[in-house]
Design a protein around this ligand. Sequence first.
Ligand SMILES: *[C@@H]1O[C@H](CO)[C@@H](O)[C@H](O)[C@H]1NC(C)=O
Ligand SMILES: *[C@@H]1O[C@H](CO)[C@@H](O)[C@H](O)[C@H]1NC(C)=O
Ligand SMILES: *[C@@H]1O[C@H](CO)[C@@H](O)[C@H](O)[C@H]1NC(C)=O
Ligand SMILES: *[C@@H]1O[C@H](CO)[C@@H](O)[C@H](O)[C@H]1NC(C)=O
Ligand SMILES: *[C@@H]1O[C@H](CO)[C@@H](O)[C@H](O)[C@H]1NC(C)=O
Ligand SMILES: *[C@@H]1O[C@H](CO)[C@@H](O)[C@H](O)[C@H]1NC(C)=O
Length: 744
Amino acid sequence: MEAVTVVAALGFLLLAGAEGSAGDEAREAAAVRALLVRLLGPGPAANFSVSVERSLAAESGLDTYRLSGGGAGARVRVSGSTGVAAAAGLHRYLRDFCGCHVAWSGSQLRLPQPLPVVPKELTEATPNRYRYYQNVCTHSYSFVWWDWARWEREIDWMALNGINLALAWSGQEAIWQRVYLTLGLTQSEIDEYFTGPAFLAWGRMGNLHTWGGPLPRSWHLKQLYLQHRILDRMRSLGMIPVLPAFAGHVPKAITRVFPQVNVTQMGSWGQFNCSYSCSFLLAPGDPMFPIIGSLFLRELTKEFGTDHIYGADTFNEMQPPSSEPSYLAAATAAVYEAMITVDPDAVWLLQGWLFHHQPQFWGPAQVGAVMRAVPRGRLLILDLFAETQPVYIRTASFQGQPFIWCMLHNFGGNHGLFGTLETVNQGPAAARLFPNSTMVGTGMAPEGIGQNEVVYALMAELGWRKDPVPDLGAWVASFADRRYGGFHQDAEAAWRLLLRSVYNCSGEACVGHNHSPLVRRPSLQMHTTVWYNRSDVFEAWRLLLAATPTLAASPAFRYDLLDITRQAAQELVSLYYGEVRTAYLNKELVHLLRAGGILAYELLPALDEVLASDSRFLLGSWLEQARAVAVSEAEAHFFEQNSRYQLTLWGPVGNILDYANKQLAGLVSDYYTPRWQLFVGALIESLVQDIPFQQRLFDENVFQLEQAFVLNTRRYPTQPKGDTVDLAKRLFLKYYPRWVAGSL
Ligand SMILES: *[C@@H]1O[C@H](CO)[C@@H](O)[C@H](O)[C@H]1NC(C)=O
Ligand SMILES: *[C@@H]1O[C@H](CO)[C@@H](O)[C@H](O)[C@H]1NC(C)=O
Ligand SMILES: *[C@@H]1O[C@H](CO)[C@@H](O)[C@H](O)[C@H]1NC(C)=O
Ligand SMILES: *[C@@H]1O[C@H](CO)[C@@H](O)[C@H](O)[C@H]1NC(C)=O
Ligand SMILES: *[C@@H]1O[C@H](CO)[C@@H](O)[C@H](O)[C@H]1NC(C)=O
Ligand SMILES: *[C@@H]1O[C@H](CO)[C@@H](O)[C@H](O)[C@H]1NC(C)=O
């Protein structure tokens, strides 16, 4: 069968959300015009005309935009088959005709005067039905403290990048609370169940409960308000918001109210003990399953309406109680049936991470049981980490169920330059060509955002391309020009070096999690090997500094200059750590004092100082976001502590230590640096006193420091201090010559 035929056979899914009336067209066009005004201001926006016409999409029904006009005295005409398609067309015009750049770290929107002409009417259709965005975890690592203003900017970014399918998961705990109260649970039983705000993602997937909680009343109210605004905006642009559905996880207190209920206690998760994990899963055959599932969905859709696609993850990173296909099929069917009881048009969006995470468990029979338990086209799978370990290949394209090819890229919102641009570039086109492919979309599913923007720019562009970008070298060069608002030879050269090094990871080692010793608890066994040649990073650093006199006014340039300075510091920490270890093992006290002194008392403090010069790298701003959500000082303190835990210990005893590490001013000075000072001190003492270094003892001591950081109430600056360029240069002049001379 031709790939197209297979996908057409999934007809139902392809139609979901595609119908619409003239009123919808007008509403979507108005939403894109409002976006345009937010982006460019009312004056420049008036030079564009925006329309939405469903008929633009050919029979395929695939999103399409059309560009024309421009030039002196003439408006640029942008039309799209949906609001999202029009926004994507607008972005295409700004990017490819005006040389503009829309970015998290600062957009570059200088428009040529007059607006460039579109020489020949340009029509572009997306190759697939869906462009998806988000991971369940993004809500905790990146979105947790966002207010509406920040959400609004993100939804604009989504629309401009043509995203038409995204999670809208805020406020679901407020709905669950209503359901549990209806079922007879007490408020304190509910409070005991929910995790804190910074850990909701894992509560929602049944990995955790209780930890970091309880959720304050005000939280529920604010999240409900936010969710309504998010949904209104997404829908007004023609995006499909994915709402949550019941996956089977229940509070333990259900068994108090319904003693007959059949629940299975799952194993522990993520080095958490059963005080916070080992959640309860309702048996698929239990009569309460459809009752709870439909109560929730009814209450949810009554509050929020629906677009008929629902997300639920029953076995995310958790071994199911049985590997019997009949059990897995029943567990799957129960979730789906509870959905269609309330919404006969329901489609289930499933994160395919479980198949990647436990490949031994999920053999062909197990995967097949899940795939066949739901009618074809009603289960939509996110092949979540497809750029590195695609699941569609070993499952015969999910045995005929549709899937979305997703790039995951980032874990824990870590800083650290990383990307697999070559494999990302090739991946979607290859998946479309796979025999009997059921691919219906492309997606971005990072755990955290706000880093390595180049990777997301490429992936977003691929959502609208049938083929890979032909020449990535030329592509990154033009990315640099647009990002900084002009051609600069050194900036382009820097980006070509980054492309061939940090952004060209390939193979199974590319997991995108920052394991740099800088952000890890020190030991004598740390890995310092990287997949690239460090020279490329140091040269790119030199080249960006060389471009500074011309480009320093660009916010994105200043971000990148700081980011690469940060990366160079990260490389230097690895190198000095190597020196420290060698000196220690060779019992060379003088060398140890020198290398350890530089690492812990010069380099890290200098890194903190340069980070402190940019508002985008401040712990103070990070924590202030959390405090700003609070309605009282006690709540502000509680939210801040949630945030500090997530960045560092993650759980009460460092259960998932440093997973969500970040290089922020304040976090470097008060968390990573003291740790390294303690380590260097312990090694020196060991040599001086001639007693072996004891990791266990060190771990106990360093935990006191780590915990002290989480519990302390120091307020950090929210305003930058010092000049990034001067500080970066100072660091460069000190360390670059040492690197080049090969003598640290
Ligand atoms: C918009 O159009 C007006 C009139 O044609 C012109 O004066 C103005 O400069 C234009 N603005 C931009 C940003 O092109
Ligand atoms: C789980 O660990 C916490 C400390 O993190 C401890 O207080 C609690 O007693 C432990 N619970 C169980 C059931 O082991
Ligand atoms: C409880 O559910 C499991 C499957 O989840 C099933 O094997 C078992 O027989 C059920 N127990 C009862 C008493 O129904
Ligand atoms: C594709 O599907 C057709 C029809 O079901 C089948 O005959 C063929 O073997 C499949 N090809 C592959 C490579 O799986
Ligand atoms: C990336 O690495 C692959 C080999 O892993 C190589 O074939 C390719 O040319 C590299 N790409 C760039 C841009 O350096
Ligand atoms: C790394 O790059 C530098 C500079 O281009 C080069 O001299 C060196 O040989 C490279 N090292 C490796 C291991 O390829």
